[in-house]
Design a binder for this molecule. Structure first.
Ligand code: NAD
Length: 284
């Protein structure tokens, strides 16, 4: 039998079965070996929450990331932290309800990186719960602009660039409220249903041009949007969690994993899909 050299180092060379393999691998390789290697990815609303987690995961998986948010300071902080880990990213400030801003975001991606391979249209707002008949028209318009018109505008410019390249992949972020009602939030429900309509329409029109368009429908996820609603009250969190099959809120990185996979070449025949990522909330 060959001699096995003895080592005094107690650190295991490779994760032991049962250990938190993913965390150990991530610690050893801050940049994972690339689901998005060599790609250029745009993430909107990437200054915090689901968008931030998605931008970080894209960078970890090897993409150059365009980190877009209306809050430029948060976008810059995300970019700095990606760069500190050896990733590539640029911050862009934009209000995605404005067409000129959307055009400028796409131009920044092209000027800086020469192409756009992936886009996650994630930016959105929540709304005030209230009675249908008391909803002021200006709140309706604000919601539709932020959660539906913004997605239309992003698609309009992303599809043009990707069709010209003959390749690309887009993920729109809808919600469980894209397929079932969120009572008290008719404007949010309408906007998120609309996102699925845009997704199907774009998928049909652009599939033959090499562009895939899909949607993810997150369930309740621990982000600033939801933390504002829970307001640190464990009773509210418990009540919300009761409606989730898994029994707890989702984490932003769990939504990001689905978005980045859908954007990747591994999902090459997934097109026009609406993927629930909600720990068994909406399914019945
Ligand atoms: N968190 C959840 O439980 C949940 C559930 C279902 C769907 N979603 C959807 O996921 C997306 C992200 O949600 P989140 O919880 O991370 O929200 P969040 O409020 O934590 O983050 C949203 C980000 O979008 C940015 N943004 C908002 N309006 C913008 C605009 N006009 N232009 C540019 N940036 C803008 C904000 O500045 C913020 O950084 C939203 O579309 C939301 O509707 C969230």
């Amino acid at each position: 039998m060959a001699d096995v050299p003895e080592s005094n180092d107690p650190t295991p060379i490779w994760p032991i079965p049962g250990e938190q393999t993913d965390e150990i691998v991530r610690a050893a390789f801050p940049l994972r070996l690339g689901l998005a290697e060599g790609k250029v990815a745009l993430v909107t609303g990437a200054g915090r929450g689901i968008g931030e987690a998605t931008a970080r995961l894209f960078a970890t998986e090897g993409a150059a990331v365009v980190v877009c948010d209306i809050d430029v300071a948060s976008a810059q902080a995300v970019v700095q932290s990606i760069q500190e880990r050896g990733g590539e990213a640029v911050a862009v400030a934009a209000d995605l309800t404005k067409e000129d801003d959307v055009a400028a975001v796409i131009n920044t991606a092209i000027d800086r990186y020469g192409r756009l391979d992936c886009a996650v249209n994630n930016a959105g707002i929540s709304g005030r719960f209230g009675s249908f008949i008391d909803l002021p028209l200006h709140e309706w318009h604000q919601m539709i602009n932020a959660n539906l018109t913004s997605v239309f505008l992003c698609l309009k410019y992303e599809l043009g660039v990707m069709a010209a390249q003959g390749a690309g992949s887009i993920v729109n972020v809808s919600s469980g409220a894209g397929v079932v009602a969120a009572p008290g939030l008719p404007h949010y429900t309408a906007a998120k249903h609309g996102v699925l309509g845009l997704t199907k329409c774009a998928a049909q029109e652009y599939a033959a041009k090499g562009v895939r368009v899909n949607a993810i429908l997150p369930g309740t996820t621990r982000t600033p949007m939801i933390e504002n609603f829970i307001n640190g009250d464990p009773q509210i969190e418990k009540m919300v969690s009761r409606g989730i099959g898994r029994g707890h809120l989702g984490e932003p990185n769990e939504i990001a994993e689905a978005a980045v996979w859908l954007c990747s070449d591994r999902a090459s025949f997934v097109c026009g899909e609406s993927l629930l990522v909600d720990g068994a909330t909406v399914c019945r």
